[in-house]
Design a protein around this ligand. Structure first.
Ligand code: UTP
Length: 293
């Protein structure tokens, strides 16, 4: 199982204004969680789920993302000369094979929906995964892997759901859910950034999707929505009139790395999950917390 979805889209053209000045000249997707850029963690999740073609929608000032997924001959030779073979092995293992990556540009940051639409020719008419690199999931069997398994069972469109505090619904795409079956729910409605008093639930569209290619027809005609941006949620709500959507309550803990607290928490959680760092980091953290109190 898990063989049905082979292409994944990574929209990385946003401006990252919440992380200025760090993101003035550097893409926010290259911020590091422990010692790997955020985008690398998300590509790892996609590879583990069986993805074979990685499509990046980039923008101006994002060239370093393309360089990150390329060979760096001089660096590799230097590591070899210095006997740093384990570092070299990590670089080699991380690199997608030649021809497995594609890069296209969103010329203006008109919104996530528009960024996804920019990938339409590369996706070329098949169901695909969409991963927002802001969101990292730690623990569990791999969020996208669980979603592809659900897609193999249910078909249609699958979106990962996470609970948010009810007062925070105005910051996310929110779903209305119907009947549950195991860890999946039928989705009965979707709305982008609803105020808490009109939100149909506190289940947010977390940033992992499996979508049918008909989504592109709806993105093409999409008007600007919440925050003046072309929203993927609006196009999904239109597609929902024709096709089924299921939500999945996946295993694993989610960190919103587009937000400072989420990003800092992810660094702590991912470091504590590393056997080579755990004990020493725990001691260092204890010291920091003691002196901060
Ligand atoms: P965000 O809204 O979280 O990203 O979009 P942002 O706009 O870069 O961040 P802030 O709010 O200004 O800090 C979620 C994902 O969609 C991409 C972003 O790069 C991010 O990975 N995105 C967003 C695009 O590719 N294009 C857009 O026009 C908007």
């Amino acid at each position: 199982m898990g063989a049905s979805i082979k292409k994944a889209v990574f929209p990385v053209a946003g401006l990252g204004t919440r992380f200025l000045p760090a993101t003035k000249a550097m893409p926010k997707e290259m911020l590091t969680v422990v010692d790997r850029p955020v985008i690398q963690w998300v590509v790892d999740e996609a590879r583990e789920a069986g993805i074979e073609h990685f499509i990046f929608v980039t923008g101006r000032n994002k060239g370093v993302i393309e360089d990150h997924f390329d060979k760096q001959f001089e660096l590799e030779q230097t590591l070899r000369d210095r006997g740093k073979l384990s570092e070299l092995a990590v670089l080699e293992a991380d690199l997608p094979a030649a021809g497995q990556t594609s890069f296209t540009r969103q010329q203006q940051p008109l919104g996530l929906g528009h960024a996804v639409w920019c990938a339409r020719e590369l996706v070329s008419g098949q169901p695909f995964a969409l991963l927002l690199p802001d969101m990292l999931v730690e623990g569990g069997a791999g969020c996208l892997k669980q979603m592809i398994e659900a897609h193999d069972r249910l078909g249609g469109n699958i979106i990962a759901l996470a609970e948010v505090p009810p007062q925070d619904t105005g910051a996310y795409g929110i779903v209305e859910v119907g009947e549950a079956s195991g860890n999946t729910f039928e989705i009965t409605g979707m709305v982008e950034k609803p105020a808490p008093d009109v939100a149909p639930s506190n289940l947010m569209i977390m940033g992992r999707y499996i979508l049918q290619p008909e989504i592109f027809g709806h993105l093409e005609t999409q008007e600007k929505g919440a925050s003046g941006e072309i929203q993927i949620t609006d196009a999904m709500a239109a597609l929902h009139k024709e096709q089924k959507f299921h939500g999945i309550n996946y295993e694993g803990r989610t960190y919103d790395c587009g937000d400072k607290i989420g990003f800092l928490s992810a660094n702590v959680a991912f470091a504590l999950n590393r056997p080579d760092l755990r004990d020493a980091f725990m001691r260092a953290l204890d010291e920091v917390l003691k002196s901060a109190r």
